[in-house]
Ligand binder design. Structure first.
Ligand code: ZN
Length: 504
């Protein structure tokens, strides 16, 4: 037994070193996106690359594989729910994946991704798809290579989807998406046939400091702990974690658009509360961190959409918002404001899309990814295919590629495949989890109307946050809801909310 303890401790120490190196890299990356002067870029890229490489080398060390082999009988002897069993299981899963990808490939892949990203930042404002086309061709080629390190798949996208949303495959995502689409398309048609909501009240001048102050007040009430986090400004809002005691968020403020900072703040706070809520004993281990892209996004969407775009929420907070911006909002009714923040429209930009149309944007990207990987869509034809998909699915066409296939960073700073499904899985799951929270605590709705969030926050902590990556996403969904991924609660949520708004 002593021997087993020694081995377990060695595994934990090694994993902690890997975790700490990755967190140190995250600090550098956070700094790069917030405060670093432009002159720091070349050295910073180098510094992050070396930290990442050392972490990777330490992780794929054959000694780790040997420890995992030696510890397997011990893991098998433990109950499935035991933390040590889960730690060994999760480490084994990541180790088996990581060791299949040759380090030389990975180095080339990261270098290429950094280069492609750099070129994209120039090509996008210039509407110059041709400039990134050869790089994107290489990205596609490398994405295929990456998938092929995991032979035996049904669809070439499967291994890439599995990285982000363990347990999902192209076929299972396609099935869920087509069911959802069937419900969403008529809903979008019915709503957009009506006169669009007037959201001009959000487009006045709102001073930055007051916007930030209001957002901070809201997320503090949600339960985001500023003693274990902070908020800074950036270009593209994100959440990042250095330890369970330091989970940061970023936002961007538009003084002529009240929704931008407010909803990116509530969104990122949801990601951050998930990370702040992980069991402290998992610190810097493979269990420390959200379990999948979809589950992570479900937590941000819960606070951004289900809570902070709801009527009860604003029945409580709108008077405070009016007090913060009396000149701008004194004459704007709660009803007008509520309709403005939930305006549904056919639009071109995914990140600006409303709750009802958002998933259509995701589905377009997901299908294009599959086609590119299958080889049925060549990169040179991507802009045309993009515009055609928008025309047929959303009903509008972008005037250029800036608001077309050049809009999202994902393919230009990472791989093609597995990058988008998590957003829609997250939307679906947010409603599925929330329905369970309401079953356990029907008072949550009333409490939101009183500006109280402790019951909801505690339920999420107890049922989701604390487990980190102890359970895989399919396991967690089953444990929390008693069944697999289910679109019904999400459809119900959308129908109830938008049915009332648009008198459907
Ligand atoms: Zn998110």
């Amino acid at each position: 037994m002593v021997k087993t303890d020694d081995k377990l401790n060695e595994l934990k120490t090694r994993m902690q070193e890997v975790g700490d190196l990755n967190s140190a890299g995250a600090v550098l990356s956070w700094d790069q996106s917030t405060y670093m002067p432009a002159g720091g870029a070349p050295a910073r890229g180098r510094q992050m690359a070396i930290l990442g490489r050392i972490a990777q080398e330490k992780f794929i060390d054959p000694a780790v594989g040997k420890l995992l082999d030696d510890l397997q009988p011990y893991a098998d002897s433990l109950p499935y729910d035991d933390d040590n069993a889960a730690l060994i299981r999760a480490t084994r899963r990541s180790y088996d994946k990581a060791t299949k990808v040759p380090p030389a490939f990975l180095a080339e892949y990261y270098e290429h991704a950094a280069h492609a990203y750099q070129v994209w930042t120039e090509a996008r404002p210039a509407n110059d798809f041709k400039k990134v086309q050869p790089l994107l061709e290489k990205t596609l080629d490398m994405s295929r290579q990456l998938a092929n390190f995991f032979p035996g798949y049904e669809h070439i996208a499967d291994p890439l989807i599995d990285f982000a949303d363990y347990g999902m495959k192209a076929a299972s995502v396609r099935k869920v998406f087509s069911e959802l689409r069937e419900q969403l398309v008529p809903l979008v048609q019915t709503i957009t046939a009506q006169a669009a909501a007037d959201d001009s009240c959000l487009k006045q001048h709102f001073p930055e400091d007051k916007q930030l102050e209001f957002g901070r007040m809201v997320i503090q009430k949600f339960g985001y702990d500023f003693n274990r986090g902070r908020q800074d400004k950036t270009h593209h809002p994100f959440e990042t974690k250095f330890s369970i005691g330091d989970v940061r968020i970023t936002t961007r403020v538009k003084e002529n658009d009240l929704g931008e900072a407010l909803f990116s703040t509530t969104h990122e706070s949801g990601h951050a509360m998930y990370e702040q809520g992980v069991d402290p004993s998992y610190e810097a281990s493979p269990l420390d961190g959200g379990t999948s892209a979809g589950v992570h996004e479900s937590q941000s969407r819960t606070w951004e959409n289900i809570v902070s775009r709801s009527r009860p929420f604003w029945e409580h907070f709108y008077p405070e918002l009016q007090k913060t911006f009396p000149k701008q909002l004194d004459k704007v009714s709660l009803d007008t404001f509520y309709r403005a923040i939930n305006k549904v429209q056919r639009s071109l930009i995914r990140t600006d899309a409303d709750e009802v149309t958002y998933n259509l944007h995701v589905m377009i990207r997901f299908e294009l990814e599959l086609q590119m990987l299958e080889g049925t869509l060549a990169i040179k034809d991507l802009p045309k295919a993009w515009h055609a998909a928008y025309k047929s699915d959303i009903g509008i066409t972008a005037p250029s590629d800036v608001d077309g296939c050049l809009q999202d960073v994902h393919w230009f700073g990472g791989q093609i495949g597995g990058m988008f499904q998590g957003y829609t899985l997250g939307n679906i799951l947010s409603a599925q989890f929330y329905a369970e929270a309401l079953k356990a605590h029907p008072e949550i709705k009333k409490e939101i109307g009183q500006g109280k969030f402790e019951t909801l926050h505690t339920w999420l902590k107890d049922n989701i946050y604390r487990y980190g990556s102890k359970y895989t996403a399919p396991e967690l969904i089953e444990r929390v809801t008693g069944r697999g991924l289910d679109i019904a609660p999400y459809i119900q949520y959308l129908r109830a909310k938008y049915g009332e708004l648009y008198k459907l």
